[in-house]
Ligand binder design. Structure first.
Ligand code: FEO
Ligand code: CA
Ligand code: CA
Ligand code: CA
Length: 676
């Protein structure tokens, strides 16, 4: 049977439908909800809150770990080498680097002479969130040797991207920079002992800063989204600053717009309070697009910024399907979109707003996921309730655990009224930050990725760091929404317990009744990151195992190992408080014992961000972002290899300039990556 969907692209591979992929993806969780979860709830008297229940999460309880220890590898030491290092018995292969063609197309030019047109069909820059969508296997099950990789290309280093960097600055360079943003979809296959990008591929696709995208959900067509070029407010060009990601049970990819404000400039006059709340100002982050593309001049096109800051849904299996900005999920600096299911089948999406003292959100769909009804499922993220988290101290003060509530952001409730500046649900969603200010959400230490344990449903979030807390005088995001982004200086609280939190931490919570749609939860601090050798006790952390700081990427594998990736900024890497911690890295935590062991260290000047495995767990895809980034965060075009020559230094591609890349990690013995 051939798969045929609504836009008439058929699956040529005579395979099960994509809904089967969804079913398999969630089978563990469903089994859990039907059996073990109920037994555990009874045994431990839920909702009485105790992390002693963790004892049930060891692999021998049925998580597929084969009965051995969850962390089955020898940890690696910190490193400042210009190489990816992994444990003994593991192999690293570079698969897909900035500038590589996505299909048959122009090869990467190591002198950066590829045109804007070339760049639109090559790998973008600064790989971030990633998901592997396996093809169904002939017969049954999912392939672990053939699938589609969706990869975010978050932002650009324009010192590296162009011949001569930003001098001179031209319209062609702006277009090339826009084309190096967005998402890559490439077909990959394991054959003859190595992974390859399949070229040519009918699935290969780039979505860039100029790709047409439909606006859907409650804010679609609202006046605040209308521009001179789009008088209907329903069609945006491009997606930008695609940071972390999500995937749905129905086989689509979610890409999240994070620091989109940085592309706009308000050249004249003062930013409005709404612009200031999202950090729009003169010059932005120095991308200078507005000099050659007036769309990014907020003075002339004040509604264009309202068209960014959303989660975008992409169907990787249908290259002709137009991506959609999902306005029901709110507008902020979206880090990621972790999708799970409520007990009744409604879809729940957990999301962080990554800026100092911003909030944690979740969306609960109105309608239920229906296995096999893909067309209906494609609309599930268009209607539902958006909530924001409030963390409370709970029964005892100072024990780094407590209770919490999900506060609904619904027009007409909790002060989200016309007299407070919210005339409709569409306005609540366009001004999500201001709505969250109004209802009294908890300011967090930069929420980054979120991961849901595959069996218990417990939710973990990385809070990467925050240097704007605990100072005097204290200030909070104002209830009237007039705070300039990132300017508050709140006091510490139990969920964000450290002033000047330079190393970050991980918080986890359990929804009431184990139901992801619940409006109450209980939480604790999973780990305070740090350097145990730091002279300042407040910076030593409480890591059981290998020290680290600035946790960002977070992902649970099929066996319940929690993979943690770090994003220490290149301005602080390997010096000061971070002098002992080496290059950015990836570690693995055992949620039951809280042991954390270092698995990978990256090359010089990189961030490690984005990780996903094949269904059988034997291949792990990881992204190395911006190797060679100098402390100034923009490379010197006269000396592009001043910091790093990776991945050339690891045997991949020509010498010339460092390149973000997707790598694959496998075990020499073919076993499960990370396992015993
Ligand atoms: Fe793009 Fe918050 O990291
Ligand atoms: Ca408490
Ligand atoms: Ca991140
Ligand atoms: Ca980051």
């Amino acid at each position: 049977m051939a798969l045929q969907d609504e836009d008439t692209v058929s699956n040529p591979s005579n395979n099960p439908t994509l809904s089967d992929i969804a079913e398999i993806d969630l089978s563990r969780r469903r089994a859990m909800q039907g059996g073990l979860a109920a037994a555990m709830a009874a045994a431990f008297g839920l909702p009485a809150f105790t992390w002693a229940r963790e004892a049930q999460i060891v692999p021998s309880a049925g998580l597929g770990g084969g009965g051995g220890p969850l962390l089955g590898f020898g940890g690696v030491a910190v490193s400042t080498d210009d190489l990816v290092r992994v444990p003994a018995g593991y192999e690293v292969q570079v698969l897909y680097a900035w500038g590589d063609p996505i299909s048959n197309g122009p090869a990467f030019a190591p002198d950066a002479s590829n045109s804007a047109e070339d760049q639109a069909i090559q790998a973008g820059m600064h790989h971030d969130g990633i998901h592997f969508f396996p093809f169904p296997k002939l017969g049954s099950g999912l392939s672990s040797t053939h699938g589609l990789l969706c990869i975010n290309n978050e932002y650009t280093d324009d010192g590296l991207l162009h011949v001569g960097g930003m001098d001179p600055w031209t319209a062609e360079k702006v277009r090339k920079s826009q084309n190096a943003h967005g998402v890559s979809i490439v077909e990959v296959r394991l054959e003859q002992g190595a992974w390859h990008v399949v070229r040519p591929s009918r699935w290969a696709r780039r979505i860039t800063g100029n790709t047409p995208i439909k606006v859907v959900g409650p804010a679609a067509g609202h006046d605040l989204l209308k521009t001179a070029a789009d008088t209907e407010g329903r069609r945006v060009l491009g997606t930008l600053n695609n940071c972390a990601h999500g995937r749905t049970p129905w086989g689509t990819y979610l890409t999240c717009e994070e620091n989109w404000n940085g592309y706009f400039s308000k050249e004249t006059g003062t930013p409005t309070t709404d612009e200031a709340r999202y950090g729009i100002n003169k010059g932005g982050f120095g991308y200078r697009w507005h000099e050659h593309d007036e769309r990014f001049l907020a003075d002339l096109h004040p509604n264009e910024p309202n068209r960014f800051g959303w989660v975008v849904e992409i169907d990787p299996f249908n290259p002709r399907r137009i991506p959609e900005k999902k306005t029901a999920l709110g507008r902020f600096k979206h880090e990621g979109a972790m999708v799970t299911l409520a007990n009744d089948g409604r879809v729940v999406v957990y999301m962080g707003d990554d800026e100092r003292n911003e909030y944690l959100y979740k969306f609960v769909s109105k309608n239920k996921y229906k296995p096999g009804l893909r067309h209906a499922n494609l609309g599930l993220l268009n209607e539902g309730t958006l909530y924001v988290a409030k963390f409370e101290a709970g029964a005892a003060e100072g024990d780094q655990q407590g209770t919490g509530q999900w506060l609904p952001l619904i027009h007409g409730k909790l002060g989200l009224t016309a007299e407070n500046g919210f005339n409709s649900q569409a306005e609540v969603l366009v001004k999500t930050r201001q709505a969250a200010d109004r209802v009294g959400a908890t300011m967090m230490d930069r929420p980054e990725w979120i991961a849901v344990h595959p069996e218990t449903g417990e939710v973990y979030v990385t809070l990467t760091n925050n240097n704007r807390r605990g100072s005097s005088p204290a200030s909070s995001n104002k209830v009237d929404g007039t705070t300039t982004a990132g300017s508050a200086r709140p006091p510490v609280d139990e969920a964000n317990p450290r002033a000047s939190n330079v190393f970050g931490h991980i918080v986890r919570w359990r929804e009431a009744g184990g139901n992801a749609a619940a409006t109450h939860f209980e939480w604790d601090v999973f780990v305070l990151a740090g350097d145990s050798a730091n002279a300042d006790p407040s910076k030593q952390g409480n890591v059981n195992g290998d020290d680290f700081g600035s946790p960002d990427g977070l992902w649970f594998d099929r066996d319940g190992r929690l993979w943690i990736q770090t994003d220490v900024s290149t301005s602080t890497l390997n010096k000061g408080d971070y002098a002992n911690l080496g290059n950015n890295q990836m570690l693995v935590a055992d949620p039951a014992t809280r042991e954390i062991r270092r698995f990978l260290t990256g090359p010089k000047g990189c961030e490690i961000t984005g990780v996903v495995g094949t269904p059988d767990g034997t291949s792990l895809f990881v992204n190395v972002q911006h190797p060679g980034e100098p402390a100034s965060e923009r490379s010197d075009p006269a000396n592009p290899e001043g910091v790093s020559s990776w991945p050339h230094s690891q045997g991949y591609g020509p010498k010339g300039r460092p390149r973000s890349a997707t790598i694959v990690i496998r075990r020499a013995d073919g076993g499960v990556v990370g396992g015993a």
